[in-house]
Design a protein around this ligand. Structure first.
Ligand SMILES: Nc1ncnc2c1ncn2[C@@H]1O[C@H](COP(=O)(O)OP(=O)(O)OP(=O)(O)O)[C@@H](O)[C@H]1O
Length: 296
């Protein structure tokens, strides 16, 4: 049995500027509520792309459609030209990793163990090898631990490798989530509100970390409410409002677009849904709430 602990994914390699993620016409409905409507978005290799929008705009739902947590009602998502499988572990194996808005670490495992869990899609050790703990298993385990330590070094947590995850301060838990996502050796990293709850220094450090990730050849798509962070960081920003993509462009274009300001201030913009549509959405939302999954 062999173990692949290198950085090779299953998707073909891309050159800088090639499209890594290509989402077309993605629509997600929950009963009568359309949370995401006909959204196109692409991310190129070497890019950091931001996804912003007011609360409830559909950002996390869209992420869930990209990562196999939801199967879009309509539309298609391709990663490096291949249609994504409708299962989150297969999407991770294909090369897309993510973090969550609400931290999802294994609280009672060590920092190192959390990163090792993230490596499972890149190791091929079989059941018997693991049970018998033969030389193949030990070699694979040593290689995985070495890579996990490298990643902890990269995010600045190597000295805390043996600490329990739950004892880390909040900002470090977010870094650990990123290290765990990187452990699957992704070509695209999706970050859902990576600076939520951070102080300005931690936010600045996260910005540097995301640049460093991009410099390693990993494309990044990031949801964030901190506009300073987004506009400093991103090559391109897409704005979702009420499930639809309102504007997309570089930071200056998006910041200068009055429809974006209006959307954040709650003022109606041209082509905004009318009162009837809003009432329809609210009614559907009220119906859908009891069954709402706890994915955030
Ligand atoms: N599983 C679900 N079932 C029913 N409705 C859902 C579900 N998930 C999300 N929604 C609804 O879809 C809409 C978009 O929610 P979503 O969480 O994607 O927005 P968001 O832009 O990520 O918001 P925030 O910035 O507050 O995190 C909301 O009206 C939400 O209530």
């Amino acid at each position: 049995m062999t173990t692949d602990t290198t950085t090779q994914g299953t998707a073909p390699a891309t050159a800088p500027g090639d499209t890594v993620l290509d989402a077309r016409g993605v629509t997600m409905r929950f009963g009568g509520l359309t949370a995401v409507r006909n959204v196109d978005l692409h991310v190129n290799s070497g890019e950091i792309v931001g996804l912003i929008g007011p609360n409830g705009a559909g950002k996390t739902t869209f992420f869930n459609c990209l990562t196999g947590l939801y199967i879009p009602t309509e539309g298609e998502v391709r990663y490096k030209g291949q249609v994504l499988p409708p299962k989150s572990f297969k999407v991770t194996a294909a090369g897309i990793a993510r973090t969550f808005q609400n931290i999802r670490l294994f609280a009672n495992m060590t920092v190192l163990e959390n990163v090792l869990v993230g490596r499972h899609t890149r190791t091929k050790e079989g059941l018997w090898s693991a049970l018998l703990r033969g030389p193949g298993f030990h070699k694979a385990e040593a290689a995985s631990r070495a890579r996990a330590m490298e990643l902890l070094e990269f995010v600045g947590l190597a000295e805390k490798a043996e600490h329990l995850a739950r004892n880390l301060p909040y900002g470090e838990q977010r870094k650990l989530e990123i290290a765990r996502a990187l452990a699957s050796e992704p070509g695209l990293l999706l970050l859902d509100e990576p600076t939520a709850g951070m102080n300005p220094q931690e936010t600045r450090a996260t910005e540097e970390l995301v640049f460093a990730i991009r410099d390693q050849g990993i494309a990044v798509l990031v949801i964030e409410h901190d506009m300073r962070f987004i506009f400093n960081l991103c090559d391109r920003v897409a704005v979702l409002v009420q499930g639809e993509k309102l504007v997309e462009g570089d930071s200056a274009t998006v910041q200068g677009d009055e429809r974006v300001v209006a959307a954040y201030l709650g003022e109606p913009f041209e082509d905004a849904p009318g009162d009837e549509e809003v009432a329809e959405v609210e009614a559907a939302e009220a119906q859908a709430t009891p069954g709402k999954e706890n994915d955030r």
